[in-house]
Write a protein that binds this ligand. Structure first.
Ligand code: GLU
Length: 485
């Protein structure tokens, strides 16, 4: 296997998209497997959609996910610069070569000309298309216009009647008819290249051997192939990954899904969980494993196991992975390790002295790291008890009686005897001697001391809360009932 050179070429138009990370993982893997290189090139030539901080977010997002690269960004490399806006003379030089060779031409149509053309074509029931007005224009006229400094674009002379095909490494043979292609703009009036020109020139100069990108670019590939031919350059291999979809099968979009890498970080997802989850979007492990490390992924991934149909981005599945990896941290490296990872997510008023004790009780129920606040706040914040919950399956008089008796009995426990076992013995004792209905009574106590229906095991929780707080909360519940109705 010859060393492969691969790249991702994100456009900095907003957030760092999770699909960018997904593609990066596959590109990186093929580069590592072949002892080749993986680079990141920033395609910032669409000035209308350019967002200044977007590039930083892309590198930050990939960095958070631990997706490394060999060239680009802060690393630079032999083909620097890796940012297209810094390569404008290069594109101009190459596109002028195409003009000289007769594969491209200057076009002086204004925006108004093009709009008029479009309107006329539509009125005549034709498909709107550039009418090639300047394709074979008189050279002297062109020279005069250039000399006069008139604005222009440079367009590709798309040959007529050509069948353009390639062997896609994922999709097999793909065929397009050149008659369906417009004479593409290569250089825009602002002097910036279009995506088509920039991507082909850079992929060639950066010696990219395999272009592994999303399916949304498949209709651009024939244009790129024509450009490679016009330049007389060696064609890279093409592979188009399937489109990631929302649950309703539409193309994954900001509106229906969270697609920002960093928002997954901020919502308390673990990078290892996100990586494992996105690895399985459109690809399956050769041994059908569902859980594997990133290192393993990098070794075993191959394009043969990439499917053609668009995988669904299922947040429930991601949640499962996240919970799984949270528990894996505890199993493999202990509670302390999870505590470290949680630090950015603990609220300011967290019960720091009891951090690990509380964590031991709640970690099994964490789905994301941000859940920590919701799951633990009753330990250290005032609670709000809903009377309805307290009275579930019973009535005011009975519950008040249960509370009074429980307070009395728990009150008898010595401070240094306040243990899970002792609390359990007492509470169960009250229940049995009084003939309370177990499920109703235990739920009532739980609600009274935590404000919640679902909590860690009750007696452990009561031990951690401490005698004073427990008794106070039970008394609070009783007062609430006394003032009720
Ligand atoms: N700039 C394109 C993007 O935003 C790159 C597509 C490609 O990989 O060729 O995704």
């Amino acid at each position: 296997q010859k060393p492969m050179r691969l790249r991702i070429a994100p456009s900095p138009t907003g957030i760092a998209h999770i699909g960018t990370a997904w593609l990066a993982m596959f590109n990186l893997a093929l580069a590592r497997q072949s002892k080749g290189k993986f680079l990141i090139r920033i395609e910032d030539t669409d000035r209308a959609r350019f967002v200044p901080e977007a590039e930083k977010l892309i590198y930050e997002g990939l960095g958070w996910l631990g997706i490394d690269y060999d060239e680009g960004g802060a690393k630079g490399g032999p083909h620097a610069p890796y940012r297209q806006s810094e390569r404008l003379e290069i594109y101009r030089k190459y596109v002028e070569q195409l003009v000289a060779k007769g594969h491209a031409y200057y076009c002086f149509c204004t925006k108004e000309d093009l709009e008029k053309m479009r309107a006329e074509q539509l009125a005549a029931g034709e498909l709107p298309k550039y009418n090639r007005k300047w394709r074979d224009a008189d050279k002297t006229v062109v020279r005069q216009k250039l000399a006069a400094g008139e604005p222009y674009v440079i367009r590709l002379k798309v040959p007529d009647g050509r069948e353009i095909k390639w062997q896609d490494l994922i999709r097999g043979e793909v065929v397009f008819q050149s008659s369906l292609l417009d004479d593409q703009v290569l250089l825009k009036a602002d002097g910036y290249p279009t995506y088509h020109l920039g991507v082909v020139v850079d992929d060639h100069l950066m010696e990219i051997t395999h272009i592994l990108r999303g399916e949304e670019w498949i209709s651009s590939t024939p244009k790129h192939i024509l450009l490679y031919e016009a330049f007389g350059w060696k064609m890279p291999e093409f592979a188009h990954m399937p489109l990631i979809r929302n649950a309703d099968k539409s193309k994954m979009s900001k509106r229906k899904n969270d697609v920002s890498i960093l928002s997954y970080r901020d919502k308390g997802y673990l990078p290892e969980a996100v990586r494992n989850f996105i690895a399985l979007l459109g690809w399956s492990h050769p041994e059908e494993k569902e859980v594997f490390s990133f290192r393993e992924f990098l070794k075993v991934v191959s394009l043969e196991r990439v499917q053609k149909t668009g995988p669904v981005f299922d947040v429930e599945k991601l949640n499962w992975y996240n919970g799984f990896y949270i528990r894996t941290i505890v199993k493999k490296r202990g509670l302390d390790a999870l505590h470290e990872r949680l630090k950015p997510f603990y609220p300011q008023d967290y019960a720091w002295e009891q951090a690990l004790t509380i964590l031991a009780l709640v970690y099994e129920r964490l789905v994301t790291l941000t859940d920590i606040e919701e799951l633990t706040s009753f330990f250290y914040r005032e609670i709000e008890v809903e009377t309805d919950l307290l009275l579930k399956k019973s009535d005011v008089a009975s519950v008040a009686e249960q509370l009074t008796r429980t307070i009395d009995e728990l009150g008898k426990i010595e401070e240094n005897d306040w243990t899970t076992a002792k609390i359990e013995e007492i509470v169960r004792g009250v229940c049995e001697t009084q003939g309370y209905k177990k499920s109703q009574y235990f739920m009532m106590v739980r609600v009274a001391v935590t404000g919640k229906k679902a909590t860690p095991p009750l007696f452990e929780t009561m031990e951690v809360l401490g005698k004073e707080k427990v008794v106070k909360r039970l008394e609070g519940a009783l007062t609430k009932l006394e003032n009720y109705g």
